[in-house]
Design a protein around this ligand. Structure first.
Ligand code: ATP
Length: 352
């Protein structure tokens, strides 16, 4: 286990600067997830920590050691890739034991370590098979096994679950959480999936265009996104973001949509309301009016797409609160002021 420190890391490919002076401190044992849209520089950042990519400037430390110029093999990190990267001609046992064999560890010790790691991942019965005889989830377990067996200071995960189907992805996610809790190894995990980031991370790092937009506990970021980009990126369905004008506690959108807001606000603002914070009532003349256009049932909850004048609003409602509501029902929309997110429209920055 070790901490990781990135100081002013910069990287360009040709003319394009893809990581722009990144500072990041990851304490010992923390599970950090780098998340952001495609092309924001998260994989490049991970590969620079691994030593698979050089840095143009800046310093990378693992523990007390400056590893900026060290080869990957000298950094004591283990990386798990999206495409598993297993050796096709080797059995599962030999794939898992490979890092120990290349270090010259004795055969008997390798066998017992392989057996131990395979048992911890629930793949003991697969040890004799070749990778092509395994499902995607089993192959990813083998790849994780090969990383664990080295007992590295740091685990690096590059979208390890994206090739798996939805059900397996959920299972493996839980397994990775369990594994990291048990081993306590410092981990950096890259994904473009905000839900995966929310569930896995101790600390979530939201990136865009080569810079960190926000860093913190997933719940804190969810509750207080620093700008409209983070507000929209984190959470599903997406936060409703409506541009308009605030005055004397009333908000009027460019679309004509109106709702009560904090009376202290004035001028051009962007109002954010998470779908689960949109309150639906049967028609009530004093509230904002709307009509349910689409109602999507999701087991205990439903997603409503509501049209209010020219404004579309998404709401997530517990089934028990749906009562008489179906699509095409006229309804009223409310929200609690404490659930509102306010942003400056010109800069996108959070106001409250
Ligand atoms: P994704 O989720 O799509 O993998 P990402 O956030 O991980 O995205 P990176 O893979 O770090 O993004 O890539 C950042 C930018 O750098 C992208 O525009 C990409 O096209 C570019 N890039 C990455 N590797 C190279 C390379 N070896 N040569 C040139 N450009 C590269």
């Amino acid at each position: 286990m070790a901490s990781i420190s990135l100081k002013q890391i910069q990287k360009s490919f040709g003319e394009v600067e893809v990581v722009k002076g990144l500072d990041l401190e990851i304490p010992n044992g923390q599970f950090t997830v780098l998340v952001g849209p495609s092309g924001c520089g998260k994989t490049t950042t991970l590969r620079m920590i691994a030593g698979l990519e050089t840095v143009d400037s800046g310093v990378i430390q693992i523990g007390d050691k400056d590893v900026t110029k060290l080869e990957p093999k000298d950094r004591d990190v283990a990386m798990v890739f999206q495409n598993y990267a297993l050796y096709a001609h080797l059995s599962v046992a030999d794939n898992i034991g490979f890092p120990l064999r290349s270090k010259g560890v004795k055969k008997e010790e390798i066998s017992s370590r392989v057996a131990e790691v395979a048992a911890s991942l629930g793949i003991s019965e697969l040890l004799k098979r070749k990778p092509k005889e395994l499902s995607g989830g089993q192959q990813q377990r083998v790849a994780i096994g090969r990383a664990i067996i080295r007992n590295p200071q740091v685990f690096l995960f590059d979208e390890p679950l994206s090739n798996l189907d939805a059900k397996l992805r959920l299972e493996m996610r839980t397994e990775i959480i369990r594994l990291q809790r048990r081993l306590g190894t410092t981990a950096v995990y890259v994904t473009h999936d905000q839900e995966e980031a929310m569930t896995l991370s101790d600390v979530m790092v939201v990136m865009k265009d080569g810079v960190i937009k926000q860093l913190g506990k997933p719940d804190d970021i969810y509750k207080k996104p620093v700008d409209v980009f983070v507000a929209e990126f984190v959470g599903s369905p997406k936060m409703n973001l409506v541009k308009g004008h605030a005055s004397a506690g009333n908000f009027t959108a460019q679309s004509g949509f109106q709702i009560k807001v904090d009376p202290k606000l004035s001028g051009e603002i962007t109002l954010g309301i998470r779908p689960e914070d949109v309150k639906i009532t049967n028609k009530d003349a004093s509230s904002t009016q709307g009509k349910v256009e689409i109602l999507e049932q999701l087991g205990p909850r439903a997603i409503l797409t509501i049209q209010s004048g020219n404004q579309q609003i998404t709401a997530v409602v517990d089934n028990e609160n749906l009562k008489q509501i179906t699509d095409k029902t006229n309804i009223s929309i409310n929200s609690h002021l404490e659930d509102h997110h306010y942003f400056e429209t010109s800069t996108g920055k959070r106001l409250n």
